[in-house]
Design a protein around this ligand. Sequence first.
Ligand SMILES: Nc1ncnc2c1ncn2[C@@H]1O[C@H](COP(=O)(O)OP(=O)(O)OP(=O)(O)O)[C@@H](O)[C@H]1O
Length: 410
Amino acid sequence: MESKNTPELGTDAEFPVNAQEPVAETSGSDPEPSSEESAPAKPARAPRKPVARKPTTKPAGAAATDAPVDETELPGAAAAATKPSTAARKPAAAKATAGTTGAKRPAARKTAAAKTTAGAKTPAETPAAAKKPAAAKKPAARKPAARKQPAPPPAPPKPVVLQVSGLEKRFGQKVAVAGIDLEVREGSIYGVVGPNGAGKTTTLSMATGLLRPDAGAVTVHGADVWGDPEKAKRNMGVLPDRLRLFDRLTGAQLLHYSGVLRGLDVAEVRRRSADLVAAFGLEEATGRLVTDYSAGMTKKIALACAMIHSPRLLVLDEPFESVDPVSAANVTEILQRYVASGGTVVLSSHSMDLIQRVCDTVAVVVDGHILASGPVDEVRAGATLEERFVELAGGRKAAEGMEWLHTFSD
Ligand SMILES: Nc1ncnc2c1ncn2[C@@H]1O[C@H](COP(=O)(O)OP(=O)(O)OP(=O)(O)O)[C@@H](O)[C@H]1O
């Protein structure tokens, strides 16, 4: 890498990371069903004891929910107490089934069972209705037409946040990046995968203004990363690979300077630092020098520094490398909530499983070229992303040779 991860100055328009919590969907309000549709089926015994049932003034639905339940009258008492009408229907339904197979069932029961499935009546109507043939009634015919909805129009595409066009980079004779194009849209978690030395870090370094390309262009929210770097970098948070941190600072100091250099006031930096430190589980480490952190802790404090100014775009080179599974799950959740509120993430990783779970879009980079890109499900084409990756990357090398490894030197 040629360039340094120098903190960029700028006065950010703030973009609260969790400003908008994803709102839980509430169920839509269905059109009120007709009284005929909504009325619970009549109690099964009604046809059998017509003289014992007095007509009631309450509608069947009200009676089902309001009237105290006489447990001696309803079989299956506990469940029936909350849904008396349903419970009452069950024996009739059972009889309906039995009635179709049992030769000894009386004809009256078959009629009642048929009515239970065809359409419900109030108990008051039951005795009379029981005498009529069920086939005469066709109440359900109106229902499908009333519920038909026109298909919603397709959502317009989200705005492009990061546009990478024709990027090229050569180190001496080595072509690291040979013409890469990426288009990352708002609200996306875009994964960049590829074998070691494929050109991922070189690409992301050029995309974030850390490394000058030999050819190509990069814009962030329309601002040219090389033509107007201050504007382009203002809305960007970067976790570079091969971390170059001011590691003679404590974690707290590093967060402080990362926030202040991004234009946040001290009180806000303190508040956000506390949130980030808690989210990444670094409470015990903030007073220690970053140079004494473990690899995973270093990665997490660098991630926190990339997020503290609430950028609209996060570009993270291997954010999960060295990070323990619990912390990785926390980071994943933080990123998912961030994109749900309108943020955008580009990340590289060697974990195909993680990319498949977390990212909506992926680009497979091999030898400085993109060999496949698009929605994760399209790229993996029915296989796992790992299988597809291995196929694109040229397959596995057979584990031949190296017999010397099995001879042991002692
Ligand atoms: N500063 C540099 N000087 C010389 N060669 C470089 C430099 N940076 C990268 N390269 C070469 O460019 C190629 C791409 O490297 P890069 O770091 O982009 O790969 P990568 O896909 O990120 O790999 P990894 O997954 O191992 O991190 C490699 O062959 C690497 O040796």
